[in-house]
Design a protein around this ligand. Structure first.
Ligand SMILES: Nc1ncnc2c1ncn2[C@@H]1O[C@H](COP(=O)(O)OP(=O)(O)OP(=O)(O)O)[C@@H](O)[C@H]1O
Ligand SMILES: Nc1nc2c(ncn2[C@@H]2O[C@H](COP(=O)(O)O)[C@@H](O)[C@H]2O)c(=O)[nH]1
Length: 205
């Protein structure tokens, strides 16, 4: 069904919970079509990460210039690096009737909520904090210092999960992916039903 406006879906959760892994699983499914909002960051690329695919990797100067020019929908400093969402892509995608997914941390998500309260806000949680630590360590991309800082941030982020519309456990990737798919499908059904009712109640006789 072609919709007038797409959904803005925000996926947050502590670093290492599996947002990227679950997102990739979601994007490989045939019964759901989402567009991914590629973020901008000042952090160094990890091995295998590609500019323009995983992130737009930019200098701090460039990032600060984009903040000044209001070209970011939201931005935040996370463990020493800037991260932000280019606004044009998000607006254009929604206006074209397609759903867009933002994978961002909580400070940024709260900024998006101010501008797009009609968004769908999903918080991904690990089965436990020790499992979260094992996942970050197992990924092998961060130093012990960074892992410590990210675990500290995780506790602060979990305190804010009440602000989200949905909390989804990432126990198994397949289960988490199916839960998110069900949320998106039910949000579509709900909004289509409200739009239909609104139309029928406001049509001139
Ligand atoms: N359900 C799961 N069970 C076990 N391991 C998982 C699960 N989901 C993800 N992982 C593993 O956890 C590690 C972190 O996953 P991922 O990089 O997707 O997390 P993230 O939330 O995107 O992290 P960041 O916010 O730091 O980018 C990866 O090694 C991934 O393979
Ligand atoms: N506020 C924003 N947070 C973002 C954005 N893109 C990614 N992120 C989040 O940052 C942390 C760290 O990411 P990593 O790739 O360095 O591990 C993680 O929680 C991401 O979800 C963004 O555009 N805005």
């Amino acid at each position: 069904m072609k919709r007038e406006k797409g959904l803005l879906i925000v996926l947050s959760g502590p670093s290492g919970v599996g947002k990227g892994t679950v997102r990739k699983a979601l994007f490989s499914q045939e019964d759901i079509e989402l567009q991914y909002s590629i973020s901008m960051t000042t952090r160094q690329p990890r091995e295998g990460e590609v500019d323009g695919v995983d992130y737009f990797f930019r200098s701090r100067e460039k990032f600060e210039q984009l903040i000044k020019e209001n070209r970011l929908l939201e931005w935040a400093e996370f463990v020493g690096n800037y991260y932000g969402t280019p606004v044009d892509y998000v607006r254009e995608t929604i206006e074209s009737g397609k759903d867009v997914l933002l994978e961002i941390e909580v400070q940024g998500a709260m900024q998006v909520k101010e501008v797009f309260p009609e968004g769908v806000f999903i918080f991904l949680v690990p089965p436990s904090l020790s499992e979260l630590r094992s996942r970050i360590v197992g990924r092998g991309t961060e130093t012990e210092d960074v892992i410590h800082n990210r675990m500290q941030m995780a506790k602060e982020e979990i305190d804010l999960m009440d602000a989200y519309d949905y909390v989804v456990e990432n126990d198994k990737v397949e289960f988490a992916c199916n839960r998110i798919k069900a949320i998106v499908q039910s949000e579509h059904c709900r909004r289509d039903r409200v739009a239909k009712l609104y139309k029928s109640l406001t049509e001139v006789e």
